[in-house]
Each structure stands twice: as C-alpha cells, then as structure tokens.
Design a protein around this ligand. Structure first.
Ligand SMILES: NC(=O)c1ccc[n+]([C@@H]2O[C@H](COP(=O)([O-])OP(=O)(O)OC[C@H]3O[C@@H](n4cnc5c(N)ncnc54)[C@H](OP(=O)(O)O)[C@@H]3O)[C@@H](O)[C@H]2O)c1
Length: 343
C-alpha cells in the first residue's frame, strides 16, 4: 500500500509517498481500500511540527477516509467485503489501505461519491458538534463564524440552514464573499480590511453576538469573548493564528500563547458567558457520541442540506500541492487526497 509520510517536520518537501505491506484487519475490524482521504488543517500543522497530538515523525496522518471494504476481521458481519464506507481514522488515513473497527466506519449511500464522502467526517462532525452538541444555536439567534469559507465554515453554514432566522457573520477574504453568500451567510466580513468586531457591532449593536465559533486563538479569543451577548457562548476549536504562513515559527506560536486570555469561572458567571472547547481529534474514539451525529449528517445529505464542497482532489504523489492550498488559504471547502493510480 501507499502512504503519505511526513519524513520530518518541515516545508512541503518533507512529504514522501512510501510503500508498505497491506495491513491485516484484526477481530472486529474492516480493511478499506481507500478511494479518497480528507486533508485537514491539523494535518498541515502536523507537517510543520506544530500539532502536539501527531505521532512522532516519520508518520502518516489523516483523520478520515472513504473507500470500499476489501477484507474483514473475525466477527465482522455488518460491513461485508464490497461495502462502500466512510471512516474515522486517528492518524494513518493518508494511506491507500487502512484498518478500522466497524464502529468507526459507516456505509454510505450509493449516490454519495467517494470524494464527497471523504470530505464529510472532520468538517461536518466538527460543525455539527459545535452547533448542536455544545454551542447550541437557537432560531433567531446570531452567530459569528471565523475562517468561514474553509471546510468547517462551509459545513457550519449548510447546517445553519436548518435553523430558522439565524443572523450569520463569516470572516473570509473578499474574493470568497459570493461563495459565503451562496452558503447563506447573511454578513460576510473581509477580516483583512475590516475589523470584524466593528462589523458585527454595526449590525447587532453593543449587545453583541450569541455564538462565536473561533479557531483563530491568541488575541482573537479575547476579542470574540468580548463580543459575546449576555448568555453568549464561544467555542474555541483551533489556534490557526499560531500556524499561519508557510513556515514553522516558534516566535509566532509563543506570541499567540502569551496573548491567549485567561478565563475564570467567576468571571464567566458574572458575565453570563460560556466558553466551550472542541477538539474532535480527542473525541475520535468517542464513537457513541459521534456516530449518531454522523448518521444525522448522512440524513441531511439525503435531504440535500449537506453538500460537501470539494475544492480539489489531489493525487498522493502531489500531496505538497494539497498542503499548499490549505497553507495559502486558497481553498473554498475541502481538499481530498487520492491514492496514486486512481483517477
Ligand atoms: N478542534 C477541532 O476539532 C477542529 C476540527 C477541524 C478544524 N479545526 C480548525 O478549524 C480551522 C479551520 O479548519 P478548516 O479545515 O475549515 O480550514 P481550511 O479549509 O483550510 O480553511 C481555512 C480558511 O480560513 C482562512 N483563514 C483565516 N485566518 C487564517 C489563518 N490565520 N490561517 C490560515 N487560514 C486562515 C483562509 O481563507 P481566507 O483568508 O481567504 O478567508 C483559509 O482558506 C483550523 O484552525 C483547524 O485547525 C479544528
């Protein structure tokens, strides 16, 4: 089998396609011939050496795949050979063959392409979990979504369409605003030329916003927190400010950590604000929590609400180009990786 290996932390040329023996499924596992694997911001951070959860290099990362079951371990009856599936992998997904427990794999509908299926787990589970499990979005409420035109942001806006009368703000560079409006974002904000705090207050006034989804970190967590309305919720789910740019920079990481606000329960109590943290990587084994959400997402796909947007499908041997797209913020929606030799 092929795997995209991060040979050591560094620039895109540390990525290499390596050959390995096919894995053998253990009891209760299926082996998947991977058709497509999702690329996430975390994978790019791992290559930079800035993702603490990643295995030590050399390693193969990747949280999600789609493909066809081509072998099963003892005791597997639910997903026979030939079943088209999507699956959650905690690393190792950027391979042409992976083994996962049956609980981490879901059969997918015939009409769902492999590329679209590989674009679903991380983005839509993150979005669904933030909106409906921890952040709770109510009809008529207001939501600020940072990094809005990326994979998670796209999923957030699609899911928000199931909630009536939401006033939504999304930060993204100006060329992506038509895309955001098409997703139902009522107020795109060009964060490069406009202060998003001013932009939100111009619409909502001093009361502020009910829910902020913030993967930026550092000083933005403070600004998002200050922007919350009474009973507002902020979901912290990333530290993109620490990674931005195409080179690893410890200075950038440390400066963002220094600017991270310190919250206290007493402060939150008196302000009537809530901070919620989401790190799906740390929930990836909580199948009882995630599986019903993934099933709901597939229902919403059947209903035409969930529409994965694949920005590019890139062969394994060109993985550096896929990383570049995320690093340079070129993508609208998802970038997926395709094993070499498949088209
Ligand atoms: N905690 C979790 O479980 C979890 C799960 C998934 C993702 N995340 C985090 O969520 C964030 C978004 O992920 P994604 O997959 O949606 O990203 P993505 O598809 O790569 O899109 C990110 C977009 O955000 C914009 N952006 C704004 N500020 C940025 C910055 N400082 N650095 C880089 N890009 C910036 C860029 O577009 P423009 O600048 O052109 O608008 C970029 O295209 C990432 O930080 C990721 O680590 C967390």
């Amino acid at each position: 089998m092929q795997a995209i290996t991060i040979t050591r932390p560094g620039t895109r040329d540390v990525l290499a396609v390596t050959e390995h023996p096919d894995p053998t499924p253990g009891p209760g596992e299926v082996r998947i011939a991977v058709a497509a694997a999702g690329l996430t911001f975390a994978d790019v951070s791992a290559r930079h050496g800035l993702y603490p959860d990643a295995p030590p290099t050399p390693c193969t990362v990747g949280y999600e795949v789609s493909g066809t079951v081509d072998a099963v371990g003892d005791g597997v009856t639910t997903l026979p050979v030939g079943t088209r599936v999507m699956a959650l992998t905690r690393f190792g997904g950027h391979s042409s063959s992976v083994c996962v427990p049956t609980s981490s794999a879901l059969a997918i509908p015939d009409g769902l392409s492999f590329e679209d299926a590989a674009a679903i787990p991380v983005n839509y589970l993150t979005a669904h979990h933030m909106l409906f499990q921890v952040g709770t979005v109510h009809p008529g409420s207001s939501v600020l979504v940072h990094m809005a035109a990326g994979g998670v942001g796209t999923s957030v806006f699609q899911l928000l369409s199931t909630v009536p009368d939401v006033v939504s703000f999304g930060t993204a560079s100006a060329p992506k605003h038509d895309y955001l409006r098409g997703l139902g974002c009522t107020h795109p904000i060009d964060y490069r030329s406009q202060d998003y705090v001013d932009a939100v207050r111009a619409v909502l006034g001093e009361r502020g916003v009910d829910l902020v989804l913030d993967p930026l970190g550092g000083k933005d967590w403070r600004r998002s927190w200050d922007l919350l309305a009474p009973a507002g919720r902020m979901v912290a789910f990333g530290m993109a400010n620490a990674v931005g740019g195409t080179k690893r920079s410890m200075f950038r990481v440390i400066s963002q950590l220094i600017r991270t606000p310190r919250f206290t329960p007493i402060g939150a109590m008196n302000l009537n604000k809530s901070l919620q943290g989401v790190n799906m990587g740390h929930l990836w084994d909580e199948i009882g929590l995630l599986r019903p959400q993934l099933e709901r997402i597939l229902e919403l796909w059947e209903e035409g609400v969930v529409k994965p947007h694949v920005h590019a499908a890139v062969p394994f041997s060109n993985a550096g180009e896929a990383h570049r797209m995320l690093e340079e913020g070129e993508n609208r929606g998802k970038v997926v990786l395709i094993p070499d030799g498949q088209s």
